[in-house]
Design a protein around this ligand. Structure first.
Ligand code: G1P
Length: 287
């Protein structure tokens, strides 16, 4: 059983300045819902109710968002605005959320290592706080199902165009089924011509607790940061790691163009906006 998740959300969001000067990138909304709320919802929908958010400087808004706000709740009750009241009340009750602050920005691996004490000696999920994945079965649940079968770490991957593999961690492996690989190789942000494949880490992982020792033993890698991928390589020397090609669509909110596309697609999924937004887009294309 996977009961705990770690959500790293400490990055500066420099690709999104100036919007992220005074607010966390994880709070950038998709229409009316902050990105990180989708991520927490995915964990909850996968049966996880204990979540550790690794935050940092300037991330207070995340804590406020998942806290109760009784003053706001009573105002909404007085106004009899039931929809807004329910939406606000629901957020405060989503899960048991804990916070720890990453003291220095030393990379994704370093952020995960802050989970060691909270997670203890059990396998856990990692969900990157700036990535939303839309799917019928939550991707974290897809990974949990495989973890329960194999009892080893399982990471989510997706095929990306070969020319952009340098933005990701990439695996090479032995194909077991249409959607499952046994990982034999991992590289963080490979050169396009040296990448073992175009199967890129998609921001969701189930990791066995040995990752914490591996993180401790791993020196800084790409960009002089402690890379989760490098620690997984070390852990992979002692145990198997599986890669699951996600069934779902990934939205990378850490990148402006993808953010814009996400907003449009999510707008089209909303009944109250779909027709008008589609008409608007068609008019733009026509002109
Ligand atoms: C991180 C990981 C990388 C992964 C990516 C997915 O990179 O290090 O392996 O493919 O997230 O979004 P970042 O985007 O933080 O540079």
């Amino acid at each position: 059983m996977i009961k705990k998740a770690v959500i790293p959300a400490a990055g500066l969001g420099t690709r999104f300045l100036p919007a992220t000067k005074a607010q966390p990138k994880e709070m950038l909304p998709i229409i009316d819902t902050p990105t990180i709320q989708f991520v927490v919802q995915e964990a909850v929908d996968s049966g996880i109710d204990d979540i550790l958010i690794v935050s940092g400087k300037g991330k207070r808004a995340i804590e406020d968002h998942f806290d109760r706000n009784q003053e706001l709740e009573s105002i909404l009750q007085e106004k009899q605005d039931e929809d807004a009241y329910n939406a606000v009340r629901h957020i405060g009750d989503m899960a048991n959320i804990h916070y720890i602050r990453q003291k220095e920005l030393n990379g994704l691996g370093d952020a995960i290592s802050y989970g060691r004490q909270h997670v203890g000696n059990e396998a856990f999920a990692v969900l990157l706080g700036d990535t939303i994945i839309d799917s019928i079965i939550p991707v974290t649940q897809q990974l949990i199902d495989l973890y329960e079968q194999y009892n080893q770490s399982v990471v989510a991957v997706e095929e990306v165009p070969q020319e952009i593999v340098f933005r990701y961690g990439v695996i090479g492996g032995k194909k077991l089924t249409d959607t499952l690989w046994q990982v034999t190789e991992m590289v963080e942000k490979p050169d396009v011509d040296k990448s073992p494949s175009n199967l890129a880490f998609a921001g969701r992982y189930i990791l066995t607790p040995e990752i914490f020792q591996a993180l401790e033993d791993t020196p800084p890698g790409k960009n002089n940061e402690l890379q989760l991928t490098d620690a997984m390589i070390r852990m992979g020397e002692f145990q198997s790691i599986y890669a699951h090609r996600i069934e779902g669509k990934r939205y990378d909110i850490g990148n402006k163009l993808d953010y814009l596309k996400t907003m449009v697609e999510f707008g089209l999924k909303r009944k109250e906006f779909a027709d008008e937004l589609m008409g608007f887009l068609k008019n733009i294309v026509k002109s």
